[in-house]
Each structure stands twice: as structure tokens, then as C-alpha cells.
Design a protein around this ligand. Sequence first.
Ligand SMILES: Cc1cc2nc3c(=O)[nH]c(=O)nc-3n(C[C@H](O)[C@H](O)[C@H](O)COP(=O)(O)OP(=O)(O)OC[C@H]3O[C@@H](n4cnc5c(N)ncnc54)[C@H](O)[C@@H]3O)c2cc1C
Length: 565
Amino acid sequence: MIFHDILVIGGGLAGLRAAIAAAENKAEVAIVSKLYPPRSHSGQAQGGINAALGNNPKAADDNPEKHGFDTVKGSDYLSDQEAPIYLTEQAPDAVFEIEHWGCPFSRTEDGKIAQRPFGGAGYPRTCYGTDKTGHYILQTLFEQTIKHNIKTYNEWVVIALAKDVDACCGVIALNMHTGELQAMGANAVIFATGGSGRMYGNSTNAIPSTAFGVAMPYWAGVPLKDMEFVQFHPTSLYPNNILMTEGCRGEGGYLINKEGDRFMSKYAPKAMELGPRDIVARSIQTEILEGRGFEDAYVYLDLRHLGKAKIMERLPGIREITLDFIGLDPIEEPIPIQPGTHYCMGGIDVNMDGASPLPGFYAAGECACVSVHGANRLGGNSLLETVVFGKRAGTSAAEYVKDKAKQPRDNALERALKREEENLNRLLKSNGNENPYTINAELRKLMPEKAGLFRNEKLMAEGLAQIKALKERFKKIRPIVSGGSFNFDKTWALEIKGNLEVAEAVLAGALARKESRGSHFRTDFSKRDDANFLKHTIASYTPEGPKLSYRDVQITKYQPVERKY
Ligand SMILES: Cc1cc2nc3c(=O)[nH]c(=O)nc-3n(C[C@H](O)[C@H](O)[C@H](O)COP(=O)(O)OP(=O)(O)OC[C@H]3O[C@@H](n4cnc5c(N)ncnc54)[C@H](O)[C@@H]3O)c2cc1C
């Protein structure tokens, strides 16, 4: 039987950094990834990674403490404050480490790492490599995994956790090359399966970024935290929602409505286009809803005044995308944009060590909720979270496995394998006539409508009822051919099942949270309500739907006040 002391699931930035940390701490570790690691969504990150380096002349007095405060304020005071404080303290070292490993960051004239302004931040502190930062960092970390001789199971899809009585003891995975199910034993498992953005139709996320990675531990009894907080990025390309990085506005881009106004002056007079994402996204949507958008669907992101030289130097990827996908050159014309679903602040409930309530089970990166970002994430803080908390999860897991026997728990793994074989067969042999892709399309259509930028009781209750109905229909899907290598029909049945399950937790949490905070904005409860809702939503799986409970937010240094920008 396959056995590794630590198994990291996911080859994005969080998974790679966790695996490197485990190896640095002398643990034996392997990575399992459904994608070849450099194809992970982390590679799509454009704008940059935050660290208070003070390299920009306008940021000479920036420091990690200010970065920490901006992050807490950005979170609308829902983050557990030790986490953003740790994140921002670690940020400079984390960025220098990546630099020393060879990441080609853009440079200032005197050779330092270049930094641009980003939304909700008091100083220009987003370090970048043109508009391809995630791609550069991902390649850099992948090289380090090769240096450490870390074994990678590429194109293996994990489909379930394996548990013994006292702990997680591995995973069950589908080897896509052979089509076989395989039990993989481990003393610790670290999930780094990325975001769940593809539950929504209007998503900036890559197609593999489904909620299945979050659903697996949820089914295994690990709770989810703060799932109702879903970030809508202000600027995604109309009509296909490809991301137009915040770096566009960081470099000085304007947002313009049909009347030619820079409308952000109404909503965030000081920060303007560089307000935090929740506020800018709602402002754009308000303009569109009130008839000041184009074709009732978009406004303009105008870069023309930046000039050709700056666009070619700082935003070449943005220009490539607009040319390739809509035949538009941003040097000549403004870019049509609308908000798009971008990031899940919530996720698998873990502490700062990445440890979940299930011994031996860890999570890091976008699938996890530490919680750093609270109700709203600042741009540039997610790449940072993947490396800082990825490293910490890998280090903690290495410590945890130290005295454990280096052998698989055969009985528990065989039981899990048998159970999953039966579950999968039942799913594949389903003899109904529902098309799973139609169900997924219906889910992805309803999510932005019922759990979108503006929410209310009626919309969310309708949405929840619709998801329950979709779950019932999913039980009657058409048969699916079971064998074969690279049988994506089979894995998509599972991905869609995961989407339905986690979407239900998003809506249940949102419906119960009768206030507005960060990305969660209710027209029927438009104010933040600290007296009743300064707390985390914890969703536990039951076959009837999520069971909700609440946990206090850790407030240490910064007392909640109203956010103004
Ligand atoms: C277009 C875009 C631009 C962004 N730009 C920025 C930015 O400029 N700055 C910033 O801070 N943040 C940015 N973000 C957010 C940030 O990039 C992500 O949150 C972060 O990279 C997630 O990293 P991750 O390692 O958690 O997940 P991912 O990079 O998504 O990796 C997930 C991994 O899990 C694997 N996996 C998933 N499910 C399974 C399974 N069942 N079995 C086996 N393997 C599995 C996948 O193969 C993949 O390797 C951006 C996001 C998007 C979508």
C-alpha cells in the first residue's frame, strides 16, 4: 500500500509551500494533485503579494503593524486578530525567501522589489512581477519541490479522507492515468485544494476550482467556517469574467460610468478606485442597477491615460487577455468590466497551525479558513497567506508526525477504500435521467442571483430551496461510464456533488447572518451588528443540511469601529 508520512493534497502555492516546509523539517512528504502543479489556479494570480517592505518612495514609513491593521479593518473586524498580525509580520521574510529562490519580481530603479498600491491598503505594498506574479511564484516554488526530491502524484484526484478511530490516516484517490481507486496512507494529510469559486457562474476562477476540495472534509465531519463570505472582485472582463487585476487600478486606472463620471467619488471619496473590494464591487453594481452602466451590464475600466509605455511594462498580460478574448486594445479603448465572483474567505475550519478538529488533518491556502481575511480579503493578501500559512501547516504537520509509526493503517484504509468504491459505484450506476451538467449550470446561475453582491431574506430562502431541489435531482442522474483513463465524466460527477453541498452551506450561513459585514451585504439588514454577529459561523455536515453554530471572534489589539475609506 502507498504510504507517506505526510500527504499534501494540491500543487498550488499553499500545497507546494507546505510540502517544502515538511521536507525542510525532515519529514517524508508527497504531493497529490489533480493538475500538474504549475497549472494550478495560483498561476493565474496577476496583481501581486503584499509585504510592508517600504520600497516605494510613497511608503517609506510603512511597516508590518500598519499592514496588520489594514487587514483587520479590511476584514470588517471578523478576522481572528492574531492571524493577520502573524501574517503581516511574516510577510517581508516570506517575500525575501521567494526572491532568494529566484522569483523574477519587477524592480525599482535602484534594484529593489517594486511595489504598487492596492485596494484597502494605506501604502503601496503589493510586490509584483509585471501582472504575472502568481505564475512566477508558482514556478519558483515548484523548482524547490524538485530540489527537495518531493514525490508528486500528478493527475490523481483525491475523492475522500480515510479515518481511523482517532485520526485521519490518509486519503482515497483516483489515479486518472489508470482509472483505478487507490488508498494512500499517511500520518498527516494537508488539504490545499484551493478556492470554490466555480460554484458560481460569474467566476474569475479556473474551471477546476470547484468546492469538492472543501466538501470532502465536510462530509468527513470537519466543520466549515464563515462560508457565507464570498468575495466579488470589482473588475472582471465583460462578458466572460476573466480577471482584470486590481493592479490596473493600482497603476492609476479609472472606473467610468455611462455618463463619463469617475463615480467612486460618491462611494469612497478618499480612496476612490482603491477602496476595498467589497465597497468598490457594490459601487459598480449600484451604478449598473441604477441605469448608469452600459447595456445594463458593465462600466468601463479606463487605462488609456496611463499611456502605452506603462501599460506594456506593468500590465502586458491584461492587454494580451483583452486582445485575445474581446479584440480590444486597452491602450486605445476603455475595458468593459463588471464584478465577478473571485474568492472564498470561508473554508475548512483550522487554527493558525493549519490544524483542524480532526487529528492529523490540516488545511492551508484558499480552501482553509484560519481566519485571516474575515468578511473581506484585501487584494494581495491571499498569495501571502498561501506561503505564510502553507509553511506553518507543513511545519506543524512535520512536528505532529515525528513520533508516529511509519506505516499505513491497513485496516482503516481498506475499509475506506471499500466504502468509497461502493459510494462511487452507486453514483455511477444511478439510473435516472438527470444530466449532472444541467444541474451544475442551474446551480451556477442561481448562486450570483441568490447569494450575490446584494442579498435579502427572500432571495436567499429561494436559493436554499432551489439547492435542496437540485440535490434531490442529483440523486437521479444518468448512468456514467465507470472505466477508462482520464474519465472526467466520473470526476465531474463528484465535483458537482461537492458544489451542491458547499453552496448549501454558503446560503444557510448567509440567511442566518442578519447583518451586513464585508462581502455579505443584505438589503434587509444593511448595517453591521456587532452585538449579535461579531462571531464566526461554523457549519457542520448533516444529511439533512448544514447544522450551524457560532464561535467568538478573537479581538486583541484593535477594537471594531466603523470602516471608512
Ligand atoms: C484570476 C485570479 C487572480 C488572482 N490574483 C491574485 C493576486 O494578484 N494576489 C493575491 O494575493 N491573490 C490573488 N488571487 C487569489 C489567489 O491566487 C488564490 O487564492 C491562491 O493562489 C490559492 O492558492 P491555493 O494553493 O490555495 O490553491 P490553487 O492554486 O487553486 O491550487 C489548488 C490545487 O489543489 C489541487 N486539487 C484540487 N482538488 C483536488 C483533488 N480533489 N485531488 C487532488 N488535487 C486537487 C489542484 O490540482 C491544485 O494543484 C487570484 C485568484 C484568481 C482566480
